[in-house]
Design a protein around this ligand. Structure first.
Ligand code: PGA
Length: 241
């Protein structure tokens, strides 16, 4: 695992954006795995800036998002579909046909998951996967205990995840209890991975994921086994390393 500790928030976002920009320059038809949550918002803002300056081009890029809530319509402001269009897709020249986000609105989630895996394979696999981490160590919505062999599936959210995500909803009762998420195996098949960790409240789980034993109890610890994984932290998140 390569560890990078950014001096401040600006550098944190810039380093992540440099990695994505380099990927798009090396391979203009890259397949990107994308994450939602508060952590990558600054990265997406940087990518939009660079696109506007003509430094990067999304016309041939394909994207696969990590996850989506089950049952939230795409128009709901807390759906990850809505998030991605707000922060990135509506602001760059990506072909809408090349955007993939698990569909949490379909009845048959098992079929949706199977097709999602198939679509990733048909696109040639993910070149660069962006990840955040939950306080419980989840990546995507792969909660503690998820087998490392898991592929895209319908997940029951952990109580800690429901509580953490309730900050975005009017009440905790409105937080969906399920989501469709890429599996740990799906994530580990990406050629390169960047795990972004920001803030003091993530310091403890960052230390466990990076230095602790590789265990399904800390899903992000599996990244220690990936040949090209980088963990990008700010100073607060790195304070217990
Ligand atoms: P956050 O979420 O970026 O909003 O902290 C990360 C996650 O839960 O994976």
């Amino acid at each position: 695992m390569k560890i990078i500790i950014a001096k401040n928030k600006e550098e944190f976002d810039r380093i992540a954006a440099d990695m994505v920009s380099q990927q798009l320059k090396d391979k203009p038809d890259s397949v990107l795995g994308l994450a939602t949550g508060s952590t990558p918002i600054g990265l997406y803002a940087q990518l939009v800036e660079r696109y506007k300056k003509g430094e990067i081009d999304f016309s041939k890029v394909k994207t696969f998002n990590l996850d989506e809530y089950k049952g939230l319509p795409k128009t709901h402001p807390q759906s990850y579909y809505f998030f991605m269009f707000k922060h990135l897709f509506s602001k760059v020249n990506i072909d809408p046909e090349n955007i993939h986000i698990p569909n949490g609105e379909v009845e048959d989630s098992a079929k949706e998951c199977e097709e999602y895996e198939k679509n990733i394979k048909e696109a040639g696999g993910i070149d660069l996967q962006i990840l955040g981490i939950g306080h419980n160590g989840h990546i995507g919505f792969n909660e503690p205990g998820t087998p490392f062999e898991s592929t895209t599936s319908l997940i029951d959210l952990d109580q800690r995840t429901i509580e953490a995500n309730s900050r975005f909803f009017d009440s905790i009762n409105e937080v969906p209890r399920q989501a469709i998420s890429m599996g740990i195996k799906t994530i580990m098949q990406a050629r390169k991975i960047v795990l972004m960790i920001s803030g003091k409240d993530k310091a403890e789980i960052a230390a466990k994921a990076i230095k602790g034993p590789v265990t399904t109890q800390v899903p992000a610890s599996v990244l220690q086994l990936h040949p090209f994984a980088t963990v990008l932290l700010d100073q607060e998140a790195a304070s217990l390393l």
